[in-house]
Design a protein around this ligand. Structure first.
Ligand code: G4F
Length: 340
């Protein structure tokens, strides 16, 4: 039975990946940060076979200990402060976890494997945020980076240190440059879920107005369930490499609003949406579009659904949740302008 260790197990991607690997017969271990982390229960409910380990990307000994217990064949480093908007407010913490955390995990692997880093396969969750102020359209593995946020800069460090350990120590290490990927499990602070949940709440009369930032931003949005399969495929190749994972389709936040409000049965979104300057970012990534030809050719990977299907699925899930007797409590939206 192959064994996998996942950091960031409590996030959207961690849960989809754990389900996917468990379905393939893996023994899956998830690293859980902090004492009494409330999301540990959710993970255990969703993936009953999961083995939970306590550890933190800021703490090297805990990572070495987790590796000793899990004895993984594959490590997926998904743990990060992943919300771009927050990364300006907590730039040091973001650099510490999202950036230096990658180095710590690679060092923990070096200790665990006694220097033979080819023995355990390593996946690093890199991000299209690294392209930032894009130098070309669409972006591929050779497009230069120009990150625009402390998050993007930390991810660029994580990407390069992964490549460096491959080149310096022969690590079997892959960096997956994933474009935005969403699902009903997406946190409510990200724009897709904020819009699908907002549209559902407005349709049900639970809310009247949705406050947003830059609705002209363009993103290449895919389905998270498809993207975790690409992570696994990267680690099944003879040689490690870096791969862009994207749909190649780009939409604006306005397109997202059109589809979500229509699906929720509200119709016109304009009377319900207000732009709030406090939600604009100090430096914006205006547009992203990925070229995933390498992944399509070498991994045989391709996204299954399209943008409309994805957003409609998310609206339907939010409508179903909000009309349940006990809807999931609305986690605090950290972009709510009441947060000064
Ligand atoms: O949903 P977002 O917060 O995602 P963002 O910043 O693109 O980052 C996501 O994708 C990255 C991959 O490229 C990941 F690495 C990262 O961890 C995360 O998953 O914002 C998308 C766009 C931005 O341009 C933002 O300015 O939507 C714009 N936007 C407009 N109004 C808003 C809002 N974003 C949020 N979160 N909230 C708004 O009210």
């Amino acid at each position: 039975m192959p064994r996998a260790l996942i950091t960031g197990i409590t996030g959207q991607d961690g849960m989809y990946l754990a389900e996917f690997l468990a379905g393939k017969g893996y023994e899956v271990f998830g690293l859980i940060r902090g004492q009494n982390n409330p999301r540990a229960r959710l993970v255990a409910d969703v993936i009953p076979s999961i083995r939970l380990l306590s550890g933190d990307l800021r703490d090297l000994p805990s990572l070495v200990g987790a590796l000793e217990t899990a004895r993984p064949d594959e490590v997926y480093n998904l743990g990060a402060i992943s919300f771009v908007g927050m990364s300006w407010r907590q730039a040091e913490l973001t650099s510490e976890i999202t950036g230096l955390g990658v180095l710590r995990m690679l060092e923990a692997l070096r200790i665990h494997t006694q220097g033979d880093l080819s023995k355990v396969r390593f996946y690093q969750a890199s991000s299209s945020e690294m392209f930032g102020k894009v130098r070309e359209v669409p972006q591929n593995e050779d497009t230069p980076f120009h990150p625009r946020s402390p998050y993007g800069i930390a991810k660029a460090f994580g990407h390069y240190i992964t490549v460096n350990y491959r080149e310096s120590y022969g690590a079997y290490a892959c960096s997956g440059i994933l474009f935005n990927h969403e699902s009903p499990r997406r946190g409510p602070e990200f724009v897709t879920r904020k819009v699908t949940r907002g549209a559902a709440r407005i349709a049900l009369g639970q809310q009247d107005t949705l406050l947003l930032g830059n609705i002209d931003a363009c993103r290449d949005w895919g389905f998270a369930g498809d993207y975790v399969e690409a992570m696994w495929l990267m680690l099944q190749q003879d040689e490690p490499d870096d791969y862009v994972i994207a749909t190649g389709e780009t939409h604006t936040v306005r397109d997202l609003l059109d589809i979500a409000f229509h699906r929720a049965g509200v119709g016109d979104w304009e009377p319900h949406v207000r732009q709030d300057s406090r939600l604009l970012r100090p430096a914006e990534v205006d547009t992203l579009a990925g070229d995933s030809s390498r992944a399509r050719e070498r991994l045989g990977w391709k996204p299954r659904g399209n943008f409309r299907d994805l957003i409609e699925m998310m609206v339907d899930a939010d409508l179903a949740d909000l009309t349940r007797a006990d809807p999931a409590s609305d986690p605090t939206d950290r972009e709510d302008p009441r947060w000064a």
